[in-house]
Design a protein around this ligand. Structure first.
Ligand code: PLP
Length: 445
């Protein structure tokens, strides 16, 4: 039977990202066949409401015909043109122009990658090059947050502050450091001012301990996605920007998840009127219809590197791929002219309200979010805010219950549910997400 043989082939030949390589069920993975809007159908015909936009990426929803048409037209006209040396395609130029127009301030210089990990990797390469060009090659230390996620490239995985991405590998390196992740839920003083002040102090203390003239950059996610959708208080990003300026280090904002309308603005930096020195993006950039990411440099960083006059020996064959660029341009048009960003903004209050009602459930400790990015944190002891142990099996149980009830969401190791539906979500679909989570929680309690 097709189903059985596909599952068996998967086990024989496919190595999955972020997965156990042994001990998987012989039945094979959940194999999707088709999708439309927010609905996915597996090869058995069962339908699921995708409350996670694939992997926080399909922001325009599945089945957008105009995106398919843009990809087809570009494939027919010019399926590939390198961006190496001084070659280009119109689509890549227009996409760079668009990204520069949308990003805050003087983030004007767009270096295309294939996704988020290599955007972060490119940022690390350019940071290194920049400080060397500025005559300060001893600036090697990179800081980021505990529970931050910045991809899993060989150096980027060290900037990531999540233990499962380090176990068994030789990262982080001696130059990579993590400071405590803010978040009000378990803070002794949960006020915005106290959470922000503690975070700024942690950054300053670590930079001074390392020697301010040996630190290169601090990486931040405006909302920590893969760490469990940890939402910082309003004002945190600005305070960290100011602290980096005071310390004389580069401020890198990783908007791989938060970019392209996910938090209700085109980019999350806009909520606080701040601008990074370097910004990374991917996912919603093409809405997952084709691979693309970018590392965007401010005038200061670009000019600092360009001033050397040398060849910057860093590149990917598919940097600025014309098909991905054509897809990106159409996706951005849909956000802006197709009303998708406006829909994300209009639906966010009802989305949060529906999820907030789940806080009455005995297993739910906290619901938090920004725009259409949210977490429902499940706790073992609600009064004491005790999380489930990572080895409690809660994540798998909850994930299975959600799937059983036809809902796709992310279940972090402690059971926290991550939600990031397509920005095209309807009021009915919002209610259905909350309903299906509640039903699934009831099977556990
Ligand atoms: N940075 C952040 C903030 C992310 O959330 C991710 C992926 O989830 C990445 C980087 C890595 O992106 P990719 O999986 O496209 O390599």
């Amino acid at each position: 039977m097709l189903t059985n043989s596909l599952g068996r082939s998967d086990r024989l030949n496919r190595v999955h990202p972020v997965s156990q390589w042994a001990g998987k069920s012989e039945a094979g993975p959940l194999i999707f066949d088709r999708a439309e809007g927010l609905w996915m159908t597996d090869i058995h015909g069962k339908t699921y409401l995708d409350a996670f936009a694939g992997l926080w990426c399909v922001n325009v929803g599945y089945g957008q015909k105009s995106v398919v048409a843009a990809a087809q037209a570009q494939m027919e006209k010019l399926p590939y043109a390198t961006g190496y040396f001084d070659f280009a395609s119109e689509a890549a130029i227009r996409m760079a122009e668009k990204v520069a127009e949308l990003t805050p301030g003087d983030l004007n210089h767009v270096y295309f990658s294939l996704g988020g990990s290599d955007a972060v990797d490119s940022a690390l390469r350019f940071i290194d090059y920049y400080w060397t060009a500025r005559g300060q090659p001893e600036r090697k230390h990179i800081l980021s947050l505990e529970k931050g996620y910045h991809g899993s490239s060989s150096t980027g995985a060290g900037v990531t502050g999540l233990a499962p991405f380090h176990a068994g590998f030789s990262v982080p390196t001696a130059h990579q450091h993590h400071i405590p992740a803010p978040g009000a839920y378990r803070s002794e003083d949960p006020s915005d001012a106290a959470v922000i002040a503690a975070s700024v102090q942690a950054l300053k203390d670590r930079v001074h301990a390392l020697g301010a003239d040996r630190v290169a950059a601090f990486f931040a996610e405006p909302v920590q996605g893969s760490g469990g959708v940890i939402v910082q208080p309003h004002g945190w990003l600005k305070a960290m920007r100011e602290a980096c300026d005071e310390l004389g280090i580069l401020f890198v904002v990783d908007e791989v998840i938060t970019g392209f309308g996910r938090t209700g603005k085109m980019f999350a930096q806009e909520h606080e009127g701040v601008q990074a020195d370097i910004m990374t993006m991917a996912k919603g950039m093409t809405s997952g219809y084709a691979p693309m990411g970018a590392c965007v440099l401010s005038d200061k960083v670009f000019e600092g590197i360009a001033a050397t006059g040398g060849t910057v020996g860093h590149g990917y064959t598919y940097s600025g791929h014309p098909v991905s660029a054509a897809v990106g341009l159409e996706v951005i048009r849909l956000y802006q002219e197709g009303g998708i960003l406006a829909n994300a903004q209009a639906r966010a209050p009802a989305f949060m309200a529906a999820l907030k009602r789940l806080e009455a459930h005995p297993l739910v400790g906290e619901v938090r979010g920004l725009g259409l990015l949210a977490a429902v944190e499940i706790v073992a002891d609600k009064r004491r805010k005790t999380p489930f142990a990572a080895d409690s099996g809660i994540s798998q149980k909850l994930f299975s219950a959600l799937l059983e009830n036809g809902l796709i969401a992310r279940c972090f190791n402690d059971g926290t549910i991550g939600l990031a539906p397509a920005l095209t979500i309807s009021p009915d679909q919002i209610d259905l997400i909350a309903e299906r989570i509640e039903t699934s929680l009831n099977t556990l309690s």
